[in-house]
Design a protein around this ligand. Structure first.
Ligand code: UDP
Ligand code: MG
Length: 308
């Protein structure tokens, strides 16, 4: 198998036919053997029956039907787990990622890269709030992590089997695939494209899902927030020390003081500082523990036509 194309599906009934039509056109031009892996992430519309109908007439259509909505990153992970292609493409179902770009991405992969990701030059048809928050997120993440995660890049990409095998061996529960792939290394390059508008339906990424996803990215790839707590603690303690000297001065030398103020202010400030340092240190441990302690399965499959 030359190519696996992974398509996460959450309420995409209006896009599935158009998508497979365009993908088939692309694959025909490329002259490769290909499997399509649709991962139905708990859609509440007719998506899964459309996919099953496709699978009946086309043996290259595989599907995984989840027991409920597990989220986009987990859906892609399930596709990666079941894929067998030498190269693997991740693409959104809503045609925001133009399938035709796969031809160029595949060519660059064969030129000796292990990952070719698609970088957005422009995004059409999205609210200014989404554009602004996405822009800020990628830049903040870049400034606080030592992993070189490319800005303005989603999961639309092609990667070599080598990368997929490493990804499958990474046990983290809170997936942030674009960060994990950057972390893995090898030779990575990109192609630029203009992100189209969603063909039909509406976004499955609510603001709640986006915030959780952003926090997965930050906590998975940076300890800066924890360090920030510790740094605050040290600054507060430093200030407390200066105030303490002043309080002692007013108490014993200038004698210009209010009864009881000295001890109160010293203890309040000192304790505040020590507490922040302690919370920061505990946080360092908890963040490492919690990520690895809950050994739940990542997803539950209701039905699939892929055999083990
Ligand atoms: N998706 C998914 N599970 C979800 C949300 C989205 O599998 O909980 C899929 C969705 O069907 C699409 C891709 O992930 O193929 C990207 O989602 P969407 O287009 O809604 O996100 P946006 O482009 O608005 O960020
Ligand atoms: Mg979309």
């Amino acid at each position: 198998m030359d190519l696996s194309i992974i398509i996460p599906i959450y309420n995409e009934e209006g896009n599935i036919h158009k998508l497979i039509e365009r993908l088939r056109g692309v694959v025909a031009q490329m002259n490769v053997s290909c499997e399509y892996i649709f991962v139905n992430d708990g859609s509440r519309d007719r998506s899964i029956s459309l996919i099953k109908a496709l699978a009946q007439t086309d043996s290259s259509v595989r599907y995984i039907d989840f027991s409920r909505n597990f989220g986009h990153q987990i859906a892609v992970t399930a596709g990666l787990d079941k894929s067998i292609g030498d190269a693997v493409v991740i693409i959104d179902a809503d045609l925001q990622d133009p399938p035709e770009l796969i031809i160029e991405m595949y060519r660059k992969l064969k030129e000796g890269n292990e990952v070719v990701y698609a970088k957005r030059k422009a995004r059409k048809g999205e609210s200014w709030l989404k554009l602004f928050t996405a822009r800020m997120f990628y830049r903040i993440l870049k400034s606080i992590t030592s992993v070189n995660i490319p800005v303005d890049t989603g999961d639309f990409r092609i990667m070599d089997r080598k990368i997929v095998d490493v990804l499958k061996a990474m046990p983290e529960q809170n997936k942030f695939l674009r960060g994990q792939i950057s972390w893995i290394g090898f030779r990575q390059t990109y192609v630029e494209y203009e992100r189209d508008e969603r063909h039909a339906g509406e976004t499955g990424y609510t603001y709640k899902k986006m915030i959780r996803f952003a926090l997965d990215g930050i906590t998975g790839f940076s300890n800066f927030p924890l360090k920030f707590a510790s740094i605050c603690g040290f600054i507060v303690s430093g200030v407390a020390f200066v105030v303490m000297l002043y309080a002692l001065y007013t108490r014993f030398i200038s004698k210009d003081y209010i009864e009881g103020w000295t001890s109160t202010i010293i203890s309040v400030l000192f304790l505040g500082g020590i507490q922040l340092i302690s919370i920061g240190i505990i946080g360092e441990y908890i963040s490492r523990l919690s990520a690895n302690s809950r050994q739940r399965p990542l997803y539950i499959i209701n039905e699939t036509n892929i055999d083990e």
